[in-house]
Design a protein around this ligand. Structure first.
Ligand code: XMP
Length: 325
C-alpha cells in the first residue's frame, strides 16, 4: 500500500473539503470492497469512530463493527458507542461485554508493562473469537492515521489489530491513513458524529487500566472512573474542555488516614493530572483556577466511594510522563 501522503493533497480544514474527501472515499471504498464484508474494532475513539461512520456511509451493513468493553473505558463510553452506532447510524454492531474476563486476567498484576501486554493480548483474543464467529469477512478496516505511519504521533500505535493469527488475515482498509488528527475531526464532524466523540482528548489504548495504579481492583477502578467523570464534567462546565490537551485522574494503591463526620477514615487518594503539549513528548502543567480545583476536590471526596483525599500533580514532562504508568 502506498504510504506517502500525496503532495498535492489539500489540508482538510472546512466542511466543504471534508465532504469532498468523504465523497471520494465512499467511491473508492465501494470499488475496493464490492459486496464483501469488512470487520472493524470500534473502540469509540476518534479514529475508529470516523472510520466506522465513513464505512457505514459507503457499504452500510457490510461493515461489522466489534466493540469490546474491557471494563477499562471511561464512564458512559460503551453506552455512547451503542447509542451512536447501533441506534442512530443503524450499524451492524457486535457489542462484547468482556469486563469480567479482562479483570480476571489482570488480577494481582502490578507491573505496568505487564498490564499493558495482558490488555493488548486479551483484546486480540476477544477480537479473534468474534471474527471467527463471522462468515465471509474479507477486509479489516483500521483507524490508522498519518502520524501513525510517520511514527511520530503523540498516541502510541493502538489502532493496529496486528497480532491476529495467520489463518485470520484480511485485506486492510485504511481510509484515514493520509489524514492528520485535526483533519480526522473535521471529517468526523461532516459525517455527523457527536462533538463529544469527535473532539475528545487522547485516551490511551489500555484505558483506565494504567490509571488504576498497580494491581487493578474493582473498588479503585470505580474510583478512577467516577472521579474522571466528575473532572471531565467540571472542566466542560468551566470552559476548559478543548482548552486543556489532556486531563484525567489516577488512583494509587495505597491509603491514607482521613476524617469524615468525626469518624476516622482510611481510604485512597485521587490524583488529578492536567497537561498541555504539542506532541506529547514534553508537556507543561495546565494552570487550573484554584477555586475550581477546590470545588472538584469537594465533589470527588463527597461523591466517590473509598476516597478521602485529592492531589494535583504539578510535575511537567520531563520529569514526569503524562500517564502515571
Ligand atoms: P506518556 O505517559 O508516555 O504519554 O507521557 C504520552 C501520550 O501517550 C498516551 N499513552 C498511551 N497511548 N497506549 C496508548 O495508546 C499506551 O500504552 C499509552 N501510554 C501513554 C498518553 O495518554 C499521552 O497522551
Amino acid at each position: 500500500m502506498n504510504n506517502k501522503r500525496p503532495e498535492n493533497m489539500e489540508r482538510i480544514t472546512t466542511q466543504a473539503l471534508a465532504n469532498a474527501f468523504i465523497d471520494e472515499q465512499v467511491k473508492e471504498l465501494r470499488a475496493q470492497i464490492g459486496n464483501k464484508k469488512v470487520l472493524l474494532a470500534l473502540s469509540g475513539g476518534v479514529d475508529s469512530s470516523v472510520v466506522a461512520a465513513l464505512l457505514i456511509k459507503a457499504v452500510g451493513k457490510q461493515l461489522v463493527s466489534v466493540h469490546v468493553n474491557h471494563g477499562l473505558l471511561r464512564k458512559g463510553e460503551p453506552e455512547q458507542v451503542v447509542e451512536v452506532f447501533r441506534n442512530q447510524l443503524n450499524a451492524n454492531l457486535v457489542y462484547v461485554d468482556a469486563v469480567d474476563r479482562f479483570l480476571t486476567k489482570l488480577e494481582g498484576v502490578a507491573e505496568p508493562e505487564k498490564k499493558r501486554k495482558i490488555i493488548g493480548a486479551e483484546f486480540i483474543r476477544v477480537f479473534e473469537e468474534e471474527a471467527r464467529k463471522l462468515e465471509g469477512i474479507e477486509f479489516l478496516a483500521q483507524g490508522t492515521i498519518y502520524p501513525d505511519i510517520l511514527e511520530s504521533g503523540p498516541v502510541k500505535a493502538h489502532h493496529n489489530v496486528g497480532g491476529l493469527p495467520d489463518d485470520l488475515q484480511f485485506e486492510l482498509v485504511e481510509p484515514l491513513r493520509f489524514l492528520f488528527k485535526d483533519e480526522v475531526r473535521v471529517v468526523g464532524k461532516a459525517l455527523g458524529l457527536p462533538d463529544g466523540m469527535v473532539y475528545r482528548q487522547p485516551f490511551p489504548g489500555p484505558g483506565l487500566g494504567v490509571r488504576c495504579l498497580g494491581a487493578i481492583t474493582r473498588d479503585r477502578l470505580e474510583a478512577v472512573r467516577e472521579s474522571d467523570a466528575i473532572l471531565r464534567e467540571e472542566f466542560a462546565k468551566n470552559g476548559l474542555e478543548g482548552q486543556v490537551w489532556q486531563y484525567f485522574t489516577a488512583v494509587p494503591d495505597f491509603k491514607s488516614v482521613g476524617v469524615n463526620n468525626d469518624v476516622r477514615t482510611y481510604a485512597f487518594p485521587v490524583i488529578i493530572r492536567a497537561v498541555n503539549t504539542v506532541d506529547a513528548m514534553t508537556a507543561t502543567v495546565a494552570p487550573i483556577p484554584f477555586e475550581l480545583l477546590q470545588h472538584i476536590t469537594d465533589r470527588i471526596t463527597k461523591e466517590v466511594a473509598n476516597v478521602n483525599r485529592v492531589l494535583f500533580d504539578l510535575t511537567p514532562k520531563p520529569t514526569g510522563t503524562i500517564e502515571w504508568e
